[in-house]
Design a protein around this ligand. Structure first.
Ligand code: ATP
Length: 877
């Protein structure tokens, strides 16, 4: 029955309807030019030129197949990405909490919710601790709603009043709760609304938009040139139909109609490659922006560090203890700092009490399984439980019954839990940042007794906590208060200070190299953390974000700093500590005002606005919340800074590739158009037949351009400064380069036609065949040269892009077949074998690529000698 309900739930989760493949294939024929070609083929057939008609027809179909394959590939890639980023839910199955795709929930499932979760279904609460949800998507109510599991509602209560329910499409902003699913997918309240809305079309990326604009300019330029050539042919007495077929073929060949599809494929494949490297791009346009990022603001915990906490120091009862042991195994001892000797924790009641507070104000689980000890939940809390277990102190679910809880909230930097002991007494346990907890303490536990806490002692304890923080430890203060029985409200005041716990979270091995590589790439790394300034600075120095002289700025200092002054300070401060989500937002705006392109990471619920405001919002896949993932452009599945830097590198590579094939297509198409234009102006016969033009277009544009789109990122992408975000796809100087390369191909074609033709009409067919081959091969060689603007082919290595090599060989063989296979010749208007003319073809088609490669070498020399001169010049010149 469960399976059946499961299936129903799936059906109810309406997926956007998929257009069947055959319809998408037929869609390829919707383009106007294609239809004009079909008409041309029909007219040719009527005029009894069946061979040309079949050839044109075949090319039309081949073009459609290629376009279809490109689009299929793009669609599949996008689909795979959509599946990767589908929402998840935490559900109790077989008595254990598991994470499953939200689509697999069925009514009756028990789900667990905490701050930052997207509610995955409609559900009835069975427990709620300070649970608040944001329901604006559903009810329009902007302020979060307090939820209560104990209330029983009147039937027919308004949606916004049903505070014992949580609703799909809303998100948890604070607290924790459990609920039983009542409806899923389209059967939910949200589904009912979603069903009414039409699916939104995907907006084009800025790059796609700029390419479309560029495409339009090209279309009109080409059409104008084609019209000139057509008019000249007519004027010289060409037949109307003949000229018509020529003009249409040229238009098809010259207009890069495949560009949008190739761009989508390059983007989507790049994004898939990034997903394999654990960086999930949620919006395609972000790929472009990634390449322009100039400031990377990163969290500390989990991103720069491993998020594997171990308690190293405990201060309790005015004594300090070092804790030994590694990992999550609760094996280790407590060594007194003053004597350097291990102590028996049971003889140290203050130490045990501090550990008890840490273990009872705690939701983490520590378990022993087949693979050794594992923990789940917040790593900070897990570390406290492991440390307590080292002294035999149990905690978590094994402790006395929880009667009240305020879960950890990064804005408040504290958490409290009240537990009722079997004899009726209730203790409030509280832990959090030392500056938050110490002001709430009025007493201190010393030698098993409670003493008043003086102002001076408080200062001493704060200094002690700063000392621990300076050793890169994350410090938590622990406190408690005893009540005779359950209270209507638990005041967090007059607490008894129990101790400090300092835990180590080592930096990731990859962090330092990743930071170095981002600096080399002209990207400034900045740490923004909720942790203590000293801890932050110590870790920042460790991973290379801060130098020995750099300072840290705290949230409080930020508050005191006006916007203008802040802009100035940003230039010199690499670490921000004890900041809240609002500070993050302010920092993003401040950098953006200074013209920087900002990438910002975040994990908490409140980080969502900062992520949205950043040019690239980055959420954490492991430790992050659904809400930040929703707001983000990029999700780091492993929370790792190195993954982020890798994504920037990929983003730059993808953008480069798009530029490469745009340049390639434009240069080669310009070559073809110029060849025909020069011939028409000179009054020569056509150097290429329409069918030959179409064929060249098919073999050189389709596969080689796609293969250029999957070029691996160049070795030096991370040694260049970021690309200015509004830089055009083709700058003026690049435009000149492209044109010059087009002129070279055209020149090769013209020269070879001229040499083979000799003004001898009997040699016309042969001369066309030579030009046909020269134009095809010169362009294919270009594809190899366009792989890099700076590196020559021997430097790149032929094998580094096997796709392009494959496309090159395949297209080369197809062209060879077109002229050398006896049965194929009539289709392409080829008279006889080329024979010794192959030598001419080889020389003419290798000439342009040789010039391009030699130019790279010469420019390399010039660059190096200039750089050398700059280094020799005395400083300041
Ligand atoms: P970031 O991830 O932004 O680099 P962080 O993870 O170190 O920083 P937060 O998780 O916001 O920062 O923690 C801020 C402070 O709150 C910590 O320095 C610590 O004192 C306190 N804190 C962290 N976790 C808990 C917890 N589970 N219970 C109580 N207090 C906590």
């Amino acid at each position: 029955r469960v399976t059946q309900r499961h299936e129903e739930a799936r059906v109810a989760d309406r997926e956007p309807p998929r257009v069947p493949s055959w319809r998408r294939f037929l869609d390829q024929f919707r383009e106007l030019v294609i239809w004009i070609l079909v008409v041309a083929a029909l007219i040719s057939a009527l005029l009894r030129e069946p061979v040309e008609a079949i050839a044109i027809g075949a090319i039309v179909v081949l073009n459609a197949v290629l376009g279809f394959l490109q689009e299929e590939r793009a669609a599949r890639a996008l689909e795979a990405l959509r599946r990767l980023s589908s929402p998840l839910a935490r559900v109790v199955r077989d008595g254990e909490v598991r994470t499953v795709p939200a689509a697999e929930l069925v009514p009756g499932d028990r789900i667990e919710l905490e701050a930052g979760d997207q509610v995955p279904a409609d559900a009835r609460l069975i427990a709620a601790y300070a649970l608040r949800t944001q329901e604006s998507a559903l009810t329009g109510e902007a302020t979060p709603v307090d939820k209560d599991a104990a209330v029983v509602m009147e039937p027919g209560a308004a949606l916004a009043d049903r505070i014992n329910l949580v609703l799909m499409g809303t998100s948890v902003v604070a607290g924790r709760g459990s609920a039983v699913v009542t409806a899923t997918g389209m059967a939910t309240e949200f589904g009912a609304i979603a069903g009414m809305l039409e699916a939104e079309a995907r907006p084009a990326t800025p790059l796609q938009r700029r390419l479309t604009e560029l495409g339009q300019v090209l279309v009109w330029t080409c059409l104008a040139i084609v019209a000139v050539i057509g008019a000249l042919q007519l004027w010289r007495g060409g037949g109307l139909l003949e000229v018509f077929v020529l003009a249409v073929s040229m238009a098809v060949a010259a207009v890069p109609e495949g560009l949008p599809a190739v761009v989508t494929v390059a983007l989507a494949l790049g994004v898939q490659r990034m997903a394999r490297h654990k960086a999930l791009v949620r919006r395609l346009p972000s790929v472009e922006t990634l390449g322009s990022v100039t400031v990377v603001c990163t969290d500390k915990t989990g991103t720069l560090t491993r998020n594997e906490m171990t308690v190293r120091e405990v201060v309790a009862g005015n004594r300090a203890f070092h804790v030994t042991g590694a990992g999550y195994e609760p094996e280790g001892s407590f060594v007194a700092r003053e004597s350097g000797r291990p102590v028996d924790p049971h003889a140290e009641s203050d130490l045990v009490q501090a550990l008890r507070v840490g273990a009872l104000c705690n939701n983490a689980r520590v378990e022993h399984g087949n693979g050794g000890w594992t923990v789940s939940g917040d790593p900070t809390e897990a570390a406290l439980r492991v440390a307590a277990l080292k002294a035999g102190v149990e905690g978590g679910a094994a402790g006395p019954q929880v009667v009240h809880e305020i879960p950890f909230d990064p804005e408040r930097r504290a958490m409290s839990v009240a537990r009722q002991h079997p004899e009726g007494m209730v203790t409030l346990y509280m832990k959090g940042a030392a500056e938050v907890i110490l002001p709430l303490c009025a007493f201190e536990r010393l030698g098993g007794a409670v003493h008043p806490l003086t102002g001076e002692r408080r200062r001493e304890l704060l200094e002690e906590s700063a000392r621990l923080a300076g050793r890169a430890l994350r410090v938590l203060a622990l406190a408690y208060r005893e009540h005779p029985g359950p209270q209507p409200a638990y005041q967090e005041e007059e607490l008894v200070f129990a101790g400090l716990a300092g835990m180590l979270d080592p930096p990731r091995d990859e962090a330092r190299p990743a930071i170095q590589s981002s600096r080399a790439a002209g990207i400034r790394p900045v740490m923004i953390t909720g942790d203590h300034p000293q801890t932050a600075l110590a870790i920042a120095r460790d991973v290379g974000i801060a130098g020995p002289l750099d300072r840290v700025m705290t949230g409080r200092e930020l508050d005191a700093c006006a916007d203008d002054a802040l802009g100035e300070r940003l230039e010199s401060v690499p670490v921000f500590a004890r900041v809240s989500a609002e500070h993050k937002l302010r920092l993003v705006h401040a950098w953006k005002r200074r013209g920087q392109v900002v990438a910002m990471t975040g994990d908490g619920v409140n980080d969502a606005p900062a992520l949205r405001a950043a040019d690239i919002g980055i959420a954490m896949g492991l430790s992050g919340t659904d809400v930040t993932r929703e707001a983000a452009d990029l999700v780091l599945l492993d929370d790792n800074i190195a993954t982020l830097v890798g994504a920037v590198q990929e983003g730059r590579g993808i953008f480069d590739n798009i530029q490469k094939f745009v340049h390639y297509l434009l240069a080669t198409n310009a070559g073809e158009v110029l060849l025909m234009l020069v011939a028409a102006l000179a009054g020569w016969p056509l150097p290429l037949l329409p069918i030959q033009i179409l064929w060249i277009n098919l073999v050189t544009d389709g596969l080689p351009a796609l293969a250029l789109g999957v070029e691996p990122p160049e070795r030096d992408v991370m040694q260049r400064p970021p690309r200015p975000p509004r830089a055009p796809i083709i700058s003026a100087s690049e435009g000149i380069f492209i044109l010059a390369r087009g002129v070279m191909v055209a020149a090769a074609g013209i020269a070879s036609f001229w040499l083979a033709y000799h003004q001898d009409p009997a040699r016309l067919a042969q001369a066309r065949t030579v030009t046909f081959c020269v134009m095809a091969y010169a362009q294919l060689f270009y594809a190899l040269a366009f792989r890099s603007r700076r590196l020559t082919l021997p430097q790149l290595g032929l094998h580094t892009n096997p796709h392009l090599l494959g496309a090159f060989v395949l297209a080369g063989l197809l062209q060879l077949g077109a002229v050398e296979l006896g049965w194929a010749r009539p289709f392409f208007g080829v008279g006889g074998p080329l024979g010794s003319d192959w030598l001419l073809v080889a020389m003419a088609s290798l000439a342009p690529v040789t010039v391009v490669e030699v130019a790279k070498i010469v420019r390399g020399w010039v660059r190096r000698s200039r750089a050398g001169r700059r280094e020799e010049a005395p400083a300041g010149v």
